[in-house]
Structures are given as C-alpha cells and as structure tokens.
Design a binder for this molecule. Structure first.
Ligand code: SAM
Length: 257
C-alpha cells in the first residue's frame, strides 16, 4: 500500500520526531478490522493523545493539532509516505468502484499537495496531470499545471500534455470558504458544475468522473446533467472522509460524449 518508491516521501522518522516534540505518549492498539491490503490503516489505530502544553497556540490551533494527532489516517499517511490523509479517500473509493485502471490517462483537479496524484501513479496510471491554484512539489511520472482549471485555455493545455483525451477526471477541489454558509454552499455547487463542464470537454468516450460534492449528494440540476452524460452514477462517503464533514463523492462512469 506504499506509494511509488520514486516519489518524494516524508520519512516515518520525521513524524516520530514531531510527536516527540509535542511530548506526546502514543501507543498503538490493534484495530478490530481485518488486516488486509484493502484496509488502508492496516489494522492499526493510534490511542487517544492530548497536548501537555499549549506552547502559545490558540485554542483553535490546539483543537486542530489534537484532532490531527488523534486521526489514524494522518498517522498512516505519514507512515506510508502519502502527502496527505486524503490519499485514503481515493484508495477506499477505488477499492470499491475500481475506476483507476493501469495505463490510462488521468487528470487530478485540485491536486495539491499531491496525494491523489501519488495514488494514481502507484496504481499504474500512465499519464497523470495534476492541476491546482497552489504549487505542487514535483512527483516523478506526473505533470503539474499550476493555475485555475477554469482558465479558458486549460482544457487544450491539458490535452496537449496528456497526448489526447483523458479516461478519468478526478476532482477533490474545495473552494476557499468565507464562513457565510449560503455563499459557501453556492461556491461549492459552482465548482462542482465547472468541474463537470471541464470533464465533458476533456473526457474520452466511456471515461469516468469522480468529484467531491457536499450536502447529501449532487445538486439536482447537476445530477440531471450527469445522468444524461454518464451511464452510471453513484454517491459514496469513504470511511476516511471525516464523519462531521458534509463532503461526499459522486462516481460517474461510462461517459457519452
Ligand atoms: C482538498 S485539496 C485537494 C487535496 C488533494 N486531493 C490531495 O490528495 O493532495 C483541494 C484543492 O483544490 C484546489 N482548488 C480549488 N479551486 C481550484 C481551482 N479553481 N483551480 C485549481 N485548483 C483549485 C485548492 O487549491 C486545493 O489545493
């Protein structure tokens, strides 16, 4: 379950140093789940830990840190060399729906810091292009386009890099939140719609579109369009997606151009 050896990987040692820094005593207990390759946590979950000292952190920072330190996916991501815990969401989705196939061309929208791109490479995708507003540290075997995927020339730039249309478009994008619930909701819908339009532009016949959506599934208007454009649509919330988050994923396969 570890990513491509050629990929820049954080060292397991680094994470243990970090834990040491925070003077935290961490022990492990065996998870009750079976230990097999389809279990990203590989049967180990960390026991609850707490901070011994605030060290000048605000309450919100402390809460975030405690959540990170108690998150088995964060720990497993460090150990297995994934750039973020988000890797496990894609691993779990693909273990269930099998949309990543060896040798295909794929695009990862909202790629930073790069863990979904790592998963694509590790699962044998031949041509991978990641697009993000933020810089992504190089990953051997992947091309990165830094910029807004909605820029008018992006589909053409992408197809040029891929050497044709893609068989898979992934979107784990999330807009910057304002804290104003209805504005944020509109932004999320708009981003998912833009990603769908982009996918229609760059997907090859029969291709797949996997995108993060919120609020109990895809908005009706987008869902209607997806149903017209793909032969199969499912929604799923992978176990790695935090329970208190309203995010989930739409898995649309069998693109009809
Ligand atoms: C949750 S992160 C993605 C994490 C990534 N899947 C991983 O596994 O490392 C969401 C990303 O979407 C990017 N994003 C949001 N809007 C974008 C846009 N219009 N164009 C490109 N990237 C965008 C953000 O910059 C952010 O890095």
């Amino acid at each position: 379950m570890s990513p491509n050896k050629n990929i820049t990987q954080p060292k397991a040692q680094k994470s243990s140093q970090k834990i040491e820094e925070h003077r935290i005593h961490r022990t492990h207990i065996k998870a009750h789940s079976r230990q097999d390759s389809s279990n990203p946590l590989q049967g180990r979950i960390p026991q609850t830990v707490s901070l011994k000292t605030a060290r000048g952190r605000t309450t919100a920072q402390q809460r975030w840190l405690v959540r990170q330190l108690n998150d088995p996916y964060v720990h497993a991501a460090h150990q297995q060399g994934w750039r973020s815990r988000a890797a496990f969401k894609l691993i779990e989705l693909d273990n269930r729906f099998h949309f990543i196939r060896k040798g295909i061309k794929a695009v990862d929208l909202g790629a930073a810091p790069g863990s979904w791109t790592q998963v694509l490479l590790q699962r044998g995708v031949k041509h991978v292009v990641g697009i993000d507003l933020l810089p992504v540290k190089p990953l051997l075997g992947a091309r990165i386009l830094e910029g807004d995927f909605t820029e008018p020339d992006m589909p053409e730039r992408l197809k040029k890099l891929l050497g044709g249309k893609a068989e898979l478009v992934l979107s784990d994008m999330a807009p910057h939140t304002t804290g104003h619930a209805s504005t944020d909701h509109l932004r999320i819908i708009a981003l998912a719609e833009e990603a769908f339009c982009f996918a229609c532009d760059v997907l090859a016949e029969g291709g797949g579109f996997i995108a993060k959506v919120f609020q109990g599934g895809t908005e009706q208007a987008l869902l209607n369009e997806l149903k017209k454009t793909f032969t199969q649509i499912c929604h799923a919330k992978p176990p790695a997606s935090r329970k208190n988050s309203s995010e989930m994923y739409v898995i649309a396969t069998g693109f009809r151009s």
